[in-house]
Design a protein around this ligand. Sequence first.
Ligand code: 13P
Length: 248
Amino acid sequence: MRIPLIAGNWKMFKTKSEAIAFAEEFKALYKGTDVQAAICAPFTDLDVLVEAFRGTAIGVGAQNVHFEDEGAFTGEISVKMLEEIGVDFCIVGHSERRQYFAETDETVNLKLKKLLSGSIRPIMCVGESLEQRDSGALFDFVKSQLEGGLAGIAPEYMKKIVVAYEPIWAIGTGRTASPEQAEEMCAFIRKTLIEMYDEAVADEVIIQYGGSVKPANATEIMNQDEIDGALVGGASLKASDFMNIVDF
Ligand code: 13P
């Protein structure tokens, strides 16, 4: 039985004081739901969010991590640092990191392995560009991201990974994938996981959709069989909007 996960991805938005204000407003609205809710925030907001959500079922996630334990890596953050703060999730391989910060399937793989050696659940992002969709290469491309990113990851660890399908053309564009398009790819992702692992493992993996999810389309998306959650950018910045999505 998969418990749906609806996670906000704040990207590079919200200072510490803005994060505290959001948390207070969100907690006041939050009455508990059947889904797991979480906020993936900038590093500087993580400690106050963990503190604010203590004693609630609301999780906190980071948006990136380094794959080494420690070392001379100026500007980077380690798994241990996140664990000490008490973070529950960490996004890995978001398309913006692949595009602007040279994230590759290989570094995604290293980061996943490092996170899985500890207690933080990775949210691994995959998804095609508009050119890849239009040329029909979308399934091969997503499959290659899964095979590269998950190389050498054992079945018992795979179950801990959340896979987020985020078509690049639907991120921040207002152009949502239709529920059918999202469902088709999420079903393909599960089928690929069956091939790479087995049915029992694939059945436990939470697969999210991300890309212009908002209160108005959350129900339709969440009602799809193979979609177990959402990764929400813009609409997670306002407590009432995010609550309406979590409460779809
Ligand atoms: P938007 O919801 O703003 O389209 O962003 C999606 C996303 O990138 C979540 O990780």
